[in-house]
Design a protein around this ligand. Structure first.
Ligand code: FMN
Ligand code: EPS
Length: 390
């Protein structure tokens, strides 16, 4: 499976084309809309989220609620577009030369793609960069992820997430009775956190950062239950499932690190406290006594829950501006801004779920016979049975 996205942050719409989905899969816009709405929430989001109410249009590849096996085109319109038609070049601007100079963005924001993107593509107006480098694009990645989640759910695979850290405040609740319980708690938490005490402290940390004109980052954890063992491969670098998941997490705007299971703690522990001992019983077949490696060994799923964490840096656009240099005058300046998120970690947790769901669905579809959803369900169930009896 593959997908592409297109669209600018303040353009008319965002688009994705999802290719390679099995035919016969039930798919409704409402299921995608639920995921889009989850991505818009979270304490610390800026004014743009009050303007947008993301909803998807399914423009191809689905008839009467079922996938056809042909490309699925998904569109999410930008409500904000109507305020930007002149700036985005859809209508004449009619500005004098002096105003024209002001309209062009020649001041790169530290921590953004502005300067590198401008010099790479030869843009003197950095709006040509920021429109596409904006995390607005994650809207349609979540739409594609919702489709992947639907596919996984039909195979008995569940994907969820929670926020484990914001601005140095750590959640001390890492256990839950079921994925459903985790989902219920996080859906009702403004920061998607399992720990009610940490939740309050995280919200305060976000408010304090905002009041100081600053921003904060954090850590999100994605959990996947029900993966059949043996998905991915050890035989080639570009078939390793853990490598694909790591790449997907780092591809999210502002994500700077990734770990699986106990992650970087593995550097500080002896092997006897890192590797998961293998067990067997007649009913379930092979299992692991622990899951410190997060459900992945040798580039393949073990059948244990997959645990992936990603670290998000603080939002780079600050009300307390950082110093930069104007590319026309070469003079230093301190930028002032109109609006920005002060923390988007809870929203990014939903994006992380989506990109992980996509990679897992894609790996399964690539590995097993998958023109039709009914045969895919059968073959994945056979793989589970085969592994139990192996
Ligand atoms: C959901 C989400 C919302 C974001 N919102 C903002 C924002 O309002 N302002 C901002 O400066 N950066 C925001 N970012 C981060 C920037 O998009 C990102 O830092 C920038 O594109 C540079 O990319 P890099 O940090 O991956 O190098 C957001 C990221 C995500 C995932
Ligand atoms: C629009 C979204 O996030 C945007 C991501 C973003 C950035 O620089 O990444 C900057 C802000 O855009 P604007 O300048 O239009 O307010 C965020 O609102 C979204 O998540 O849907």
């Amino acid at each position: 499976m593959r997908y592409l996205t297109a669209g600018e942050s303040h353009g008319p719409q965002l688009t994705t084309i999802v290719e390679g989905l099995p035919a016969g899969m039930p798919l409704e816009a409402e299921e995608i809309n639920q995921e889009l709405s989850r991505r818009q929430k979270g304490h610390g989001r800026g004014r743009r989220m009050q303007i947008e109410k993301d909803t998807v249009q399914i423009l191809s590849g689905v008839r009467h609620g079922y996938t056809l096996g042909s490309p699925v085109a998904l569109v999410v319109e930008n409500n904000d577009w109507k305020h930007w038609t002149k700036i985005m070049g859809a209508e004449p601007l009619d500005l004098g030369a002096e105003e024209e100079v002001k309209r062009v963005i020649s001041r790169p924001r530290p921590g953004h793609a502005d300067l590198n993107g401008a010099l790479k593509y030869g843009h003197r107006d950095m709006r040509n960069v920021l429109e596409r480098s904006s995390a607005r694009e994650t809207t349609v990645r979540v739409a594609a992820g919702a489709v992947a989640k639907k596919l996984l759910s039909l195979l008995g695979i569940k994907v969820a997430s929670h926020v484990t850290e914001i601005g140095g405040v750590k959640s001390s609740v890492h256990s839950y009775n079921s994925i459903e319980e985790l989902q219920e708690i996080t859906e009702n938490s403004p920061v998607r956190c399992l720990d009610p005490v940490a939740e309050k402290e995280m919200m305060k940390a976000i408010d304090d950062a905002k009041a100081n004109g600053d921003s904060i980052g954090g850590i999100v954890e994605v959990i996947v239950e029900g993966m059949p063992p043996g998905v991915g491969s050890y035989v080639h670098y570009d078939r390793k499932l853990d490598a694909k998941l790591a790449s997907a997490i780092i591809s999210i705007n502002a994500f700077k690190g990734v770990e699986f299971g106990i992650g970087f703690e593995a550097a500080r522990k002896p092997g006897s406290e890192v590797h998961d001992e293998i067990t067997w019983n007649e009913k379930d077949g092979y299992s692991r006594k622990t899951n410190r490696l997060g459900g992945l060994e040798g580039g393949m799923s073990t059948g244990m829950p997959i645990i992936v964490r990603g670290v998000m840096k603080p939002i780079p656009t600050l009300y307390k501006p950082l110093q930069s240099v104007d590319i026309e005058s070469k003079e230093p300046f301190s930028a002032s801004i109109e609006r920005s998120d002060s923390c988007a970690v809870p929203a990014a947790a939903v994006v992380a779920e989506s990109v992980i769901a996509w990679e897992l669905a894609s790996a399964i579809v690539n590995q097993f016979y998958s023109d039709r959803i009914d045969t895919l369900i059968e073959v994945v169930e056979k793989q589970r049975q085969y592994a139990r009896e192996f």
